[in-house]
Design a protein around this ligand. Structure first.
Ligand SMILES: N[C@@H](CCC(=O)N[C@@H](CS)C(=O)NCC(=O)O)C(=O)O
Length: 187
């Protein structure tokens, strides 16, 4: 892909603007100077939107004319392939290590940070509504308000957010033998 082409101008990024995974994909697109349209979708209703295009329900999803790429790491790999310069991934001996850290940070740090944040923030619906629906039309804010009780429950389950007061149960290891205790942060 030469940049920016008609195709890149037609690219859409389905995202939750508050999501760090979506931010990662957005940063990669911006770093490469590609034109794209970020499309904020409403958590909850995203299940319908995303499943129309992609095999799983999560965002970010990059929509191109003839291709759909789901997941921040996958989007970066795709962009590296079609628009190698400026590069984001080392091509030499550091490649393997770089991939290891990227995957590890996405799977463990990314998931844990989300868990920590939602542990606290789900109790503040106004703040969550602001983060999830800012810049969306009023009717979506209303829909979100109606969906919130169910969504909150679903997010507790999906993101393994422990109920308030039980936070000391949660403990994750973030690096080799050095234990990283989520409870220490949540107290
Ligand atoms: N492995 C994915 C994870 C993305 C992810 O977990 N996205 C969350 C938002 S932070 C999501 O879309 N959750 C809704 C769902 O899974 O249906 C990536 O690296 O992009």
């Amino acid at each position: 892909m030469s940049k920016p082409t008609t195709q890149s101008a037609a690219m859409k990024l389905l995202e939750f603007p508050h999501s760090h995974y979506c931010e990662k994909a957005r940063w990669a697109l911006q770093y490469k100077g590609l034109q794209f349209k970020a499309v904020a979708i409403l958590p909850g209703l995203h299940l319908l939107t995303v499943r129309r295009h992609a095999p799983q329900t999560f965002v970010p999803v990059l929509l191109l004319k003839e291709r759909v790429v789901q997941g921040a790491g996958e989007i970066i790999d795709y962009l590296e392939e079609v628009c190698p310069s400026p590069g984001l991934t080392p091509a030499d001996s550091e490649l393997e290590l770089c991939r290891f850290y990227e995957k590890d940070l996405a799977e463990r740090l990314g998931v844990t940070i989300r868990q920590i944040l939602y542990q606290r923030l789900l109790a503040y619906p106004d703040f969550i509504r602001y983060c999830f629906t800012q810049n969306m039309p009023g009717y979506k804010k209303v829909i979100f308000r109606l969906l919130y009780p169910g969504l909150k429950k679903a997010m507790h389950q999906r993101y393994d957010v422990v109920p308030a007061g039980n936070a000391t149960r949660a403990s994750v290891s973030l690096g080799g033998d050095s234990g990283f205790n989520l409870a220490g942060i949540l107290r």
